[in-house]
Design a protein. Sequence first.
Length: 581
Amino acid sequence: MKKNLKTILTVVLLISITSLCGLAEGKKPEKAKKTEPAKAKTKKSFFDERHMPVIEVTIAKKDWVKLCSESREFVPSLVLASPPRPFNYYRGDVKVDGKVFKSVGIRKKGFIGSLDGERPSLKIKFNQYQKNGKYAGLDRLTLNNNKQDRAIVSQYLTYRLFRQVGVKATRCNLCQVFVNGQNLGIYSNVESVKPAFLKRNFGSAKGNLYEGTLADFYEDRIDRFQKKNNKKKGKKRKDLLRVARALAKIKTNKKGDSTPVHQLVAIDDFLKFWAVESLVGFWDGYSSNQNNFFVYMNPSDKKLHFIPWGADSAFTDRRFMLFMDKYKSVNARGLLCNRLYNDPVVRMKYHQTLLGILKKQWNEKDLLAEIDRVEASVKDKLHRNQRGIRRALRSTRKFVKGRRASIMREIRNGPVKVTTKAGRPAYMAEIGEMSGTFLTDWKTIKRPGKISLIKAQGRIGKRKFELQQAKGDAKSARRRSPGMGVPPQLSASIEINGKRSSDARNTKIVLLFSRISLDAKNEEITITGQMTEGSGFFSGFSAKPIAGHLTLIPDKDKKKPGKGSFSIKIYEMRNMFGRRD
């Protein structure tokens, strides 16, 4: 019974993740209402909070459609190795506050939750195809679409607070983005964590820089850190391994003495980083979700420094998953946070750091005034998909007004006693594979046709099977993605049902893929989806993610059914609740 309950809860949480990520089915970019770009004011600094840069992109229509249709595969993004890079650069022109750059590189960006087929987040690299120089000291732009930051202010207010308390954080403001003359609304203009940022903040860019995406300092999880520079020196991550081994030793230290870690990590800076993440309710950062952060090995002090990132889910008090921290004053699921908090000396220093920020930098009057200013400045510049800003800002104002009181109530008798244990980051583990062939008279996206003469075989673990009595069905595009963890643009599906020869268990696989890929008649189509076992209402709770490729080859004379084949890997999500130490 306990095992079944855990399975049910796991799937419920996976569905919650998908809901939060807003993985809506991506459409081909629609024609938006044309809005003329405002005349840019170039006297202010590019990242000045009261300056709203105007970014105008010109790109071939076919390339824009391709860019929008690209997506990150859900399952491969969560395996133990560093996430793959799924996005391509396309050539185009960009005008930044009136200054034109010809033949720049433009690509989509984002992990899962910010992906969008109509208003994608963008990377613009000035010197991708030719030497264009820099703008405001930058060789590229990072433009976040604010899809998860519905109030639009969370990112830049969070980065501003980090900088105010002395944490090395990127500069950020709001900007207006146009593509081929169409208004895409208000984006966040975020400084990229690149050599220029490192030189300005640390005096050198020669140290190792890593990006953490569902990554933490466990020896067997170090490969989840994506190395961003010094790649010619090899893939070894000795600096991260030293931190992991020092943290492992604290576990067996009854006194909770964290001295070994102090020699490897800039603890005073980290306490500020940690306290701000907790204060602004950043549930998707390192301290709460082992996600969205950089670490930099600073050559000057030979210590690891944390750099915040991806703050589009800050300024919220959501605690929507069972495994997340229940405290308001401290997030402690990240391994480093959890170990340090067990040290009484560090716990008191964290407590004092948090109180100091509340006293000196957390200014409700200033924050509320800035929120009012932003709301007034963007009201006539929003995309139609950003119309929920007013409601979101009400929630943000409520958070700002009540955050100090809620934290002080929790710590009125001193630092809260944390019972949360560190958990290993969630990841996808491969447990099997499956392949098969079928006949189909699939013609167009609006006429799915029929699936017949299915032959399929596979294995789960070491047990091989054939799919017997197999039947199939094809479904046309839906307005929204039909399954868990489905990235934008995946809106057509093939369903295959049968019984496994190994145990006579009912098995269904749902292959989800891009309608754009189908319209383009690609011979090999990337697919994702899920496999379920059993029958009845509760069979859905056994869902296991799948990923692979599909081929659809029509009959040359179009008189006979075409041939289809698929090859998939079967996965299961592990450590969704965090494997406890």
